[in-house]
Each structure stands twice: as structure tokens, then as C-alpha cells.
Design a protein around this ligand. Structure first.
Ligand SMILES: [Zn+2]
Length: 531
């Protein structure tokens, strides 16, 4: 049962699978050089792709989406033939490609990229102006892909192992902020432009690579973290400096809570940044983008309705949580996007838990349940660049909270969350790798729980009745293999049960006992006799 029942096309397959023209080369490095022209809303530049030959060479697949144009491809000084097939471009190489060796390919591109209609959900470029009338420009393209604006290997399984250099040329009165660290600025006085060179040392998701152009001012701090001193830098519009200095106090609070729960920030070498943008925000690696109006909550709203959602700036906490789940641990196929969104949504609970206690986190988590649809599965179809249902946020969050109850041991729970981030450090993964790791470290087979919540739309119902002082109970509305322990209260007294699909009986010595299922489990309850 997949969320979007449309027919998939060959273009979806070319975009979403590891094609033979992708599989034979391992991406090592990009040097992306791009000139941003606010007047014509166009981009032009070059991307140098360095790769290692890992299998017998074939043509090479490069992705770039119309109306952007791949105008030239060259290697070892020779121009190469390009066959265009929609958004996929197949380049025939002339030079020898010895196994194990590294080669470079230079791609030239230009055009007027798609403008984002509803960023960050419908991606593309956003061309705004600040209150002084100066250009304020940014890209956002998760799902749609980085190939909406620059040519690259647009599949999540392969990240540039040696990092990226991003060189962005903008009008001289503006600044570009990209990922990693600013290592150099060139000023071309004749052309009235500046080029900002940003270096990323770590592997990076290609949807995370970003350009943000505006009249930025900078402030920053040194944070004493688990791996030593971390540079935390903030870039905001000149007009918002005072507001940002107050609101961004949530950034070091975030860092403290998440290093506690998830382990060291995964990109010390590249620093941490918050960068103001003309849209809500996105988890761009080491340059988390921010557009939440300098207010707590989600655009000033508590999405949980519990009150706790106003204790923090949703975008600072959520998008930064993705540094661990999305940027450190990355899905190989977007069908497994719950790995990014369920854990990151749950990071909001853990932030509240850290500063305000477990009940605060719990109230927030339960409040999110009214936003769950249970209409389509969380995991989507594989190989066609298609994510699953939006339930990956609130429902995936509640599934993780339920698993925490099953573990009933917060030290173990924390060790699992930290363990995931060290086991899969800077890696791309499948959902089964994550599921199996959690089961193994928990010492409990959680496969039926994952299958129920991620691959089925039904919510387990704890069905029971009382008869002659005995409690009869079972699971209903579940997959065949379902198995999950549960905590209930019988007249206020805690009792742990392990319901199955078959009726079980336990003596509670009480005719009219009041049965309550622990609120932190995301399950339904039905007293079938109503007694
Ligand atoms: Zn998110």
C-alpha cells in the first residue's frame, strides 16, 4: 500500500535507482563553481567531479533538471559527447578508466532554475528582497534533488567522500553563505563581484549543499562540546541582528541536549552554522537554514497543543536535529525517509525531556497524535525517488516513543541513539540496518513493531473484557507476526502484559477493575463488553 498510486516513469527510475551508469564510479569530491545573477534570476558555472573507478567503465550518468542546461562535459582536455534523456545525461568517456584510479570530469552548466513555489516543500530557488530592497536568495531541494540547479550524481547512496568546495560569485554588495567553512573571498573590482569559497571536509548529502545570498551580518560563539571546541556561527540579515542574538540562544541549548542524547555533533571540522533564509528552514549540513520569524514554536504555533511546543524555536531544534539523523545517518533511498524525520521529530521530545523533564516530552509527543492520518504507509516505494506518507513525522515519532517504553530503560535507550550515530557515522543506510541495530542492542526482536508501524497503516488495539474477576485480553488490528509487550494499570496498579493475537487470561481478583493502558504507548484500547 503505497502513498502515491501514480504510475512511475522511466525518468523516475533513472532518478531513483543505482543505474549501471552510476554504479561503476564512486564519487569522491565536487568543486562547484557558480555565479548567481539576481537580475536575470539565472545561474551559470562549472562542476568538477572527481570519482574513483570501482567497476568496468560505461557511459557516465549525470543529472540536471530542465530548464537548466548541461552545455559541456570535458575530461583530460577533451570535450565529450553527451546524450540527453530528459533530466539524465549520459556522457561517453574517451580516456582510459583504470580500476581503482581517480578521474575528473568537468561539467559546464547554465540556465534559469525552477523557482520554489512553496519552499522548502516544493523546492527550487527563492529570489526575495530584504526590507532594504537588497536581493535575498536561497535554494531548497530535498526530494526534488540538487540537480534542480547544478549537475551532479543525484542519488543519495553516494556522497563525496573527500568533501566539496563551493565557490559562489555574487554582486559585491552581497555575501554568499554555503556549507562548511569560508576559506577565502576574492574581490573582482572590475566585475563588481565577490567570490566566496566554502570548504566542506566531510561527506555531504547533495540535497544539503546550498547557496544563501544576502546582506548578511555575522556573530558567533565557541561551544565546549564532547569533541572539544566547536565553532557555532550565525549569519542573519543586517536588520535582524538584535532579534537573532536573543533567539539563537536556543542553538547552544540544542547542542547540549543533542550531544547528550545522540553523541558528538557529527561535523566539528566543518563547524555548525545557522543561516537566515527567505523560507521556513531546512537541514542543510553544517549550515542549517532558518526562517521561523525569530519566534518560538512553529511560526509562533505549538504544533502539539500541549503548551510545551512554545518552549523552543521549532526550526532551530528540528532542523539541527537533522545533523544527526539525515546528515550523519542518511537514507540511501528516499522511501526510507522516516530515518530522517521520525528520529528528528522525536528529537523535539528529547530536547524537552533534557531541559524540562520526561513528562514535558511525553505531553508534547501525545499532543502530536491528532496530526496522524494512518491512511498511507510511512515507508514508500523503492527505486523511484518517492517518499512515504507524512506520518513519518508524528507517527514515526510516536513509534519511537513507544519503543522507548518497551525498553523501559533510558540508559539503554540513550546508548542506542548514540550507538546509531557512531555505528553509521557519515554513512548512507537502509531502514533494515537501522531496525536490526535497534533490535540487536535492545535485546528484543522489534521487527514486528517496525513492520506494524512503518509498513502497515493499522494501529494495534488492546482488546479486553472482564469476567468473573479475570482480565481477558489480546491484540487486534495487527499484522500476523505482531508481538509487543504493554504496560497497563489495573485499578491504578502497574501490570506488564504480553498480549498476542490469541486471548489470554489473568486473574485480577476484582469484578469491576478499572483497566487503563499506559498513555505513552501509541495503541488503541477497546473494552469489548463495555464492562
Ligand atoms: Zn525534518
Amino acid at each position: 500500500m503505497f502513498p502515491h498510486s501514480e504510475e512511475f516513469t522511466r525518468q523516475d527510475t533513472l532518478r531513483g535507482t543505482i543505474t549501471p551508469e552510476r554504479a561503476w564510479w564512486d564519487l569522491q569530491y565536487y568543486h562547484l563553481e557558480v555565479t548567481v545573477d539576481p537580475k536575470t534570476k539565472s545561474l551559470s558555472g562549472k562542476n568538477t567531479v572527481r570519482y574513483k573507478v570501482v567497476e568496468a567503465p560505461k557511459r557516465i550518468q549525470i543529472d540536471l533538471q530542465a530548464p537548466m542546461k548541461l552545455t559541456k562535459a570535458a575530461q583530460d582536455g577533451a570535450e565529450l559527447e553527451i546524450e540527453h534523456e530528459g533530466n539524465a545525461h549520459f556522457i561517453t568517456l574517451k580516456s582510459a578508466q583504470p580500476l581503482g584510479e581517480e578521474k575528473e570530469l568537468i561539467l559546464t552548466f547554465s540556465g534559469t532554475p525552477v523557482e520554489a513555489i512553496r519552499p522548502p516543500w516544493d523546492g527550487g530557488l527563492t529570489w526575495e528582497k530584504d526590507s532594504n530592497g537588497l536581493p535575498f536568495i536561497a535554494n531548497s531541494n530535498q526530494g526534488l534533488g540538487a540537480s534542480i540547479w547544478w549537475p551532479n550524481k543525484d542519488h543519495m547512496y553516494d556522497e563525496p567522500d573527500q568533501g566539496v568546495l563551493i565557490s559562489v560569485t555574487v554582486p559585491e554588495n552581497l555575501m554568499d553563505v554555503s556549507n562548511g567553512r569560508l576559506i577565502k573571498t576574492d574581490h573582482n573590482k572590475a566585475a563588481k563581484t565577490k567570490t566566496y569559497h566554502w570548504e566542506v571536509k566531510n561527506p555531504i548529502n547533495n540535497y544539503g549543499i546550498n547557496i544563501n545570498v544576502g546582506d548578511y551580518v555575522h556573530f558567533g560563539e565557541k561551544y565546549k562540546g564532547e569533541k572539544g571546541e566547536l565553532d557555532m556561527d550565525y549569519y542573519v540579515l543586517r536588520e535582524n541582528l538584535a532579534k537573532a542574538k536573543k533567539q539563537f540562544k536556543d542553538a547552544p541549548r540544542m547542542m547540549e541536549a543533542f550531544e547528550y542524547w545522540f553523541g558528538p555533533y557529527p561535523f566539528y571540522e566543518d563547524s555548525y552554522k545557522l543561516v537566515e533564509v527567505p523560507y521556513l528552514g531546512m537541514e542543510h549540513q553544517s549550515s542549517v537554514t532558518y526562517g521561523n520569524n525569530y519566534e518560538n514554536g512553529y511560526l509562533g504555533r505549538d504544533i502539539s497543543g500541549s503548551g510545551w511546543g512554545l518552549k523552543f524555536d521549532f526550526i532551530i531544534i528540528h532542523e539541527s536535529g537533522h545533523e544527526w539523523f539525515a546528515n550523519n545517518i542518511t537514507y540511501r533511498d528516499i522511501a526510507d525517509m522516516w530515518i530522517h524525520e521520525s528520529f528528528t521529530s522525536y528529537s523535539e521530545n528529547l530536547f524537552l525531556d533534557y531541559f524540562y523533564g520526561e513528562e514535558a516530552g511525553s505531553a508534547y509527543t501525545l499532543g502530536l497524535r491528532k496530526g496522524i492520518a494512518n491512511a498511507e504507509t510511512i515507508i514508500g516505494p523503492y527505486g523511484v525517488n518517492q517518499e512515504g506518507s507524512g506520518d513519518m513525522y508524528n507517527k514515526g515519532h510516536n513509534m519511537l516513543h513507544t519503543i522507548r517504553q518497551i525498553l523501559n530503560d533510558d540508559d539503554k535507550w540513550r546508548a542506542i541513539l548514540r550507538g546509531l550515530n557512531s555505528e553509521f557515522y557519515h554513512k548512507t543506510v537502509s531502514t533494515r540496518q537501522i531496525e536490526n541495530y535497534i533490535s540487536q542492542k535492545a535485546g528484543i526482536n522489534l521487527t514486528p513493531v517496525f513492520d506494524q508501524y512503518l509498513r502497515d497503516i493499522r494501529i494495534p488495539i488492546f482488546s479486553y473484557y472482564l469476567q468473573d474477576g479475570k482480565l481477558n485480553y489480546r491484540w487486534e488490528n495487527v499484522i500476523e507476526s505482531f508481538d509487543m509487550p504493554l504496560k497497563i494499570y489495573v485499578d491504578g496498579k502497574e501490570m506488564n502484559v504480553t498480549p498476542t493475537r490469541q486471548w489470554q487470561v489473568v486473574d485480577v481478583n476484582q469484578k469491576n477493575a478499572k483497566i487503563i493502558v499506559d498513555k505513552d504507548y501509541y495503541v488503541g484500547t477497546m473494552n469489548i463488553l463495555g464492562n
